[in-house]
Design a protein around this ligand. Structure first.
Ligand code: P53
Length: 476
């Protein structure tokens, strides 16, 4: 039976702001991640008005990858990585975001980083915007509620496409662009779009406007990238948490369909180049006044993505509710527990079959190559007396997910490009700002309070994953 392709991209994934540190080095500007304090499970991260004294900002130093990347990439090479997914911190290239000329020191840093990867035949897979837009664009322009953002982003994208056209082939535009479908909370609108809501604002319409500008910017970037290097593969990046109906009650089923519409229409626009009719009808029902021009609609058709990158950690469940006859979706209220699966310490429901389902969902709809660019288990690790973390729970999580992914490829015929588990080296959690929520196969000695030597050590999962890569998944 055939398995994964010979050139399957096994690797690992991170994002600049969650591991680099060096937040003021090499001319870097302040990003949205630099004004978020540490939270915890159930304690949201605080978004402060600029960097305030006396607050704990875990992304400022993170795990100091900025200075240690050579040693870390060496460990990735030892694990056998074929690719390494990271992002380019926008603020290293355009520290404020609205400059005309890029910052050479920032460009040089990524030249060196990519050279280091290529030295080991590790293909860089690069996200352009991963929760780290320049903070200046928030204070001066209101973030992505402002159309001017499109030009700033496209300038940034074109600059790095041109600079790295011979070094980077795989790109993604906006990380988990659909997280902001949860506009009821402050986190995703800020990390996705630099949007801070004022009391009394209609959050939803602002979210759709910001997302629209991002989709136009993404399309322009895809178009520009293909001109700069026709071999580029430029994808979108979707946070995939499929939403199941709680029961086979037809009303629950319909609620799940509408919930999926609200969370995943972003993929339709990225892939097909136009808005799905259900969303246009929804805009009309809500009488949203959106700035969507004919020119924008043209641009969307010209910048369709080459592949679908997505993260998969968990699935969701919804049910119809009597006080919601129009099946409106509110991510803070519409979701219920899945009685069939267990959850992590952070309440993320563990559902490997949901990964196979997601792969089929995307492939049935779009027939584009898919790339699992995040998956993994956030857990508390405790090194044992020999100093090694015996993370059998992480191995179990990954084995079960890879096994389902293999069924999607072998039995269902899904075209899958690669698999890059999240936080291959321990880093700062995006959602909570903790170090304690670890995903790595490489342990980093640092705790929530910032104490630790930053020493790196291999966990049990390191050798396990090394073997998976060596055997191209044949042992799963
Ligand atoms: P953390 C929510 C739901 C799914 C994925 O998340 C998410 C989020 C936001 O927290 O984020 C992605 O660190 C994201 C990464 C992030 C990773 O998943 O909250 O792309 O930046 O670190 C894991 O446990």
């Amino acid at each position: 039976m055939p398995g994964f392709k010979a050139d399957f991209l096994w690797g690992g994934a991170v994002a600049a702001h969650q591991l680099e540190g060096g937040w003021q080095e090499g001319g870097k500007g302040v990003s949205v991640a630099d004004v978020m304090t540490a939270g915890a499970h159930g304690v949201p991260r605080e978004i402060t008005d600029g960097v305030l004294p006396g607050k704990n900002y875990p992304n400022h130093d993170a795990i100091d990858f900025y200075h240690r990347y050579k040693d870390d990439i060496k460990l990735f090479a030892e694990m056998g990585f074929k690719c390494f997914r990271t992002s380019i911190a926008w603020t290293r290239i355009f520290p404020k975001g609205d400059e005309q000329e890029p910052n050479e020191a920032g460009l040089q840093f990524y030249d060196d980083l990519f050279d280091e990867c290529l030295k080991y035949n590790i293909e860089p897979v690069i996200t352009l915007s991963h929760f780290e837009m320049p903070y200046h664009l928030v204070t001066e322009y209101g973030g992505w509620r402002n159309r001017k953002m499109i030009d700033f982003f496209v300038r940034f994208a074109s600059t790095v496409f041109t600079r790295y056209r011979g070094k980077v082939k795989y790109w993604m535009t906006f990380n988990e662009i659909n997280n902001q479908a949860n506009y009821h909370e402050d986190f995703a609108p800020f990390t996705n779009s630099g949007v801070k809501y004022q009391p009394g604002e209609d959050r939803e319409v602002i979210m759709y406007q910001a997302a629209h500008y991002e989709l136009v910017a993404s399309a322009l970037a895809v178009e520009a990238g293909h001109k700069i290097n026709p071999d580029f593969k430029i994808g979108c990046m979707i946070a995939m948490c499929p939403i199941y109906p709680l029961t086979c009650d037809p009303n629950d089923m319909m609620m799940s369909v509408v919930a999926m519409h609200r969370r995943y229409w972003f993929t339709d626009v990225h892939v097909r180049g136009y808005y799905p009719q259900h969303l246009l009808n929804y805009f009309a029902r809500r009488a949203f006044k959106l700035d969507i021009t004919d020119d924008d609609l043209q641009i969307l058709t010209r910048g369709c993505v080459d592949y679908i990158g997505f993260s998969y950690y968990m699935s969701f469940v919804t049910k119809a509710m009597e006080d919601n006859p129009q099946l409106d979706y509110d991510e803070t209220k519409s979701l219920v527990k899945n009685p069939y699966v267990k959850a992590s310490d952070w309440g993320w429901q563990i559902d490997p079959v949901g990964l196979r389902y997601s792969l089929n969902y995307f492939y049935d709809l779009y027939q584009l190559p898919l790339f699992i660019v995040e998956n993994g288990f956030g857990a508390i690790d405790q090194p044992e007396s020999d100093g090694i973390v015996n993370d059998q729970y992480r191995i179990d999580y990954m084995r079960n997910h890879i096994s389902e992914m293999k069924k999607a490829v072998v039995e269902d015929g899904v075209d899958l490009m690669g698999y890059t588990p999240w936080g291959c080296i321990d880093l700062v959690s995006a959602g909570t700002g903790e170090m304690k929520k670890r995903y790595g196969m490489i342990y980093v000695d640092k705790d929530n309070d910032g104490n630790g030597t930053l020493a790196r050590s291999r966990k049990k999962s390191f050798w396990w994953y090394q073997d998976v890569i060596k055997q191209n998944g044949e042992n799963i």
